[in-house]
Structure formats: structure tokens, C-alpha cells
Design a protein around this ligand. Structure first.
Ligand SMILES: NC(=O)c1ccc[n+]([C@@H]2O[C@H](COP(=O)([O-])OP(=O)(O)OC[C@H]3O[C@@H](n4cnc5c(N)ncnc54)[C@H](OP(=O)(O)O)[C@@H]3O)[C@@H](O)[C@H]2O)c1
Length: 284
């Protein structure tokens, strides 16, 4: 079995691939798609095949999927990119990758998505059966393009597509947790962020990849303890700005997702049920 992974130079991908390689059984191989050959070298040293190219390039997609049995599409463009690029990578290239995978006879396609696709206003934890309607404070090209990619990939006939919706991912040296203050300083004190440690995101994606008989299934991925804006400041070791206490949380359930399905169906249990557990384990 050969698994192609995209986005392996990013925060999630670079922590997922070593785990995929570490648990590979005899005959299981990994291929990575990278834009910069030099950044593929560490993967080649660990035994992965490396294809160099951009996801928006049809020829690169063809090379990347040739002979592959499974694809995990981690790549996305959302950190400070123009909207056109977000659409081109997150929707158009993802769907083209799905089509190329289907033509190449790929059996499984895992699409890495985001809890931001749900939008606001449900008044309870979000479940995978909820309609996706990105919006609210995170309206914009990123959640919308990820939502459209999910819909179009799941509609591709003849391809076994599975979707993992990620929370706010942190841990293992990722600066994301401290970066959260960029947003959290503008929130209400009680506004919460649904978290997931890299180790748990990786285990969830591996479960979604390997489980038989779940074509078309969507899974939320998260830990058990969303963190408030006040706690994010405390975790960052900075004073909580007084204004936080003057604001009202516009939607206390924004991107707070239920993990009942992945727990029941795939046996997922977070190794780090909270950011505090990860901190105590030295895994931040
Ligand atoms: N991190 C989170 O908290 C979070 C939360 C929810 C969902 N997610 C999802 O998780 C996935 C990974 O996120 P991340 O945090 O790891 O993002 P990231 O650090 O920004 O990494 C993005 C990856 O995608 C690659 N990429 C971007 N445009 C590309 C293109 N045109 N062709 C080929 N590769 C391209 C990047 O390659 P270069 O290095 O060459 O730029 C990089 O490897 C995404 O699908 C995202 O939507 C993440």
C-alpha cells in the first residue's frame, strides 16, 4: 500500500508523516508531495518517496497519485494568502487531486478539513450531521473554500472519500498556541477555542485512513476541554486585558464540536484530553 500525503511541510503534515512512517507495516510505503525539493529530503532520508510540485499543477498531481492506493490531503493555503489562492488550493486543487486520484485507481482519500465549516448559531456542540454553512466571525475564503472542497469531494462517484475536521491544533513546538492570542485578545473572556494536540490529530487521521467501510463519512477531531480566552492568556503567561471582561461572546458554541462519532466508531481517545495534560507531559 502506497499513501500519498500532501502538505507535509506544514504544521500538521510534518508531525503526521513521521507517525505514518513509524506505524507502517511491511509493504506499506509513503509518498510526499512538496513544493521545494530540499524540504523533501528529510522525508527521503526516512524512506518516503518524494514528488516535487505544486498542487495547482495537473502534471504534478498526476505524478503524485500514480500508483498510490490512498491519499491524505493535508495541504491548504490559509496563512496570510490572498483569497484567490485559498480558493485555488483549498477547493480547486483539492477536487482536482480527488479526480486525479480516482483516475489513478486510488482506493481511499482522506480530506483534512476544519471545524470552521460549521458556522455559528447551533446552541450546542456541532455534530457531523449538521449542515455546513461557514460564517460568523470566521467568514471568508478559508472556511468557505474548505467547505466547498468537502462537498465536491464527497460527491465524486467512485472515490472512497473520508473527511477529518480539525480543531485548533497545537503542541510539539508549534507556535500556534501563543499565536492564538492574536485573536483571543479581541474576544470575550469566556469565548472558547476547541483544541487538539498534534499527537491526537495524527492518531485520528490514521484511524480515518485505516478504517474499513467508512466511505463518505465525516469525523470531528478534538480534545475534551475547549479553552477560554482567559486561559489562553494565562497559558501564554500574559495578563488578561481588562476589555475581555466587557465583551459578550457572540456564539458560545462557535467551532465547539462533538467527538462522539469518532470515539464510538473509530475508538479515538485523546492522548492529551486537555492542553493542561499536554503541558504537564512536556508536550507543548
Ligand atoms: N493548524 C490548525 O490548527 C488547523 C485547524 C483546522 C484545520 N487545519 C487543516 O489542517 C491542514 C494543515 O494545516 P497546517 O496548520 O499544517 O497548515 P500550514 O502549516 O500552513 O501548512 C500548509 C501546507 O500546505 C502546503 N501547500 C500550500 N499550498 C500548496 C500548493 N499550492 N501546492 C502544494 N502544497 C501546498 C504547504 O506547503 P509549503 O510549505 O510549500 O507552503 C504546507 O505544507 C489544512 O488542511 C488545514 O485546513 C489546520
Amino acid at each position: 500500500m502506497l499513501t500519498l500525503v500532501t502538505g507535509t511541510t506544514g504544521q500538521v503534515g510534518r508531525r503526521f508523516v513521521p507517525r505514518l512512517l513509524a506505524q507502517a507495516r511491511a509493504g506499506e510505503k509513503v509518498r510526499v508531495l512538496v513544493r521545494d525539493a530540499a524540504r523533501g529530503e528529510p522525508y527521503a532520508e526516512r524512506g518516503a518517496e518524494v514528488v516535487v510540485g505544486d498542487l495547482r499543477d495537473a502534471e504534478a498531481l498526476g505524478k503524485a497519485v500514480a500508483g498510490a492506493d490512498a491519499v491524505v490531503n493535508v495541504a491548504a493555503a490559509f496563512r496570510g494568502v490572498p483569497d484567490e489562492e485559498a480558493w485555488a488550493v483549498n477547493r480547486d486543487a483539492a477536487v482536482e487531486l480527488g479526480r486525479a486520484a480516482r483516475s489513478a485507481g486510488v482506493r481511499r482519500f482522506v480530506q483534512v478539513s476544519t471545524g470552521l465549516v460549521y458556522g455559528t448559531g447551533r446552541g450546542r456542540p456541532l455534530t457531523e450531521d449538521d449542515e455546513i454553512r461557514p460564517g460568523g466571525s470566521m467568514w471568508g475564503a478559508y472556511p468557505e473554500s474548505k467547505a466547498r472542497a468537502e462537498r465536491e469531494l464527497l460527491a465524486l462517484e467512485g472515490l472512497d472519500v473520508r473527511v477529518g475536521r480539525l480543531p485548533f491544533v497545537y503542541g510539539e513546538g508549534d507556535p500556534h498556541l501563543s499565536q492564538s492570542l492574536m485573536w483571543a485578545r479581541n474576544w470575550a473572556a469566556t469565548q472558547r477555542l476547541q483544541m487538539g494536540h498534534h499527537a491526537d490529530v495524527a492518531q485520528a487521521l490514521l484511524r480515518i485512513l485505516h478504517a474499513p467501510g467508512i466511505a463518505g463519512r465525516v469525523y470531528n477531531i478534538a480534545d475534551d476541554a475547549p479553552v477560554t480566552a482567559v486561559e489562553l492568556h494565562q497559558l501564554g503567561g500574559v495578563d488578561v486585558p481588562a476589555e475581555l471582561y466587557d465583551r459578550t461572546d457572540p456564539d458560545p458554541w462557535h467551532v465547539i464540536t462533538s467527538t462522539v462519532r469518532i470515539r464510538r466508531e473509530l475508538g479515538y481517545r485523546p492522548l492529551y484530553p486537555s492542553v493542561y495534560a499536554a503541558r504537564e507531559a512536556g508536550a507543548l
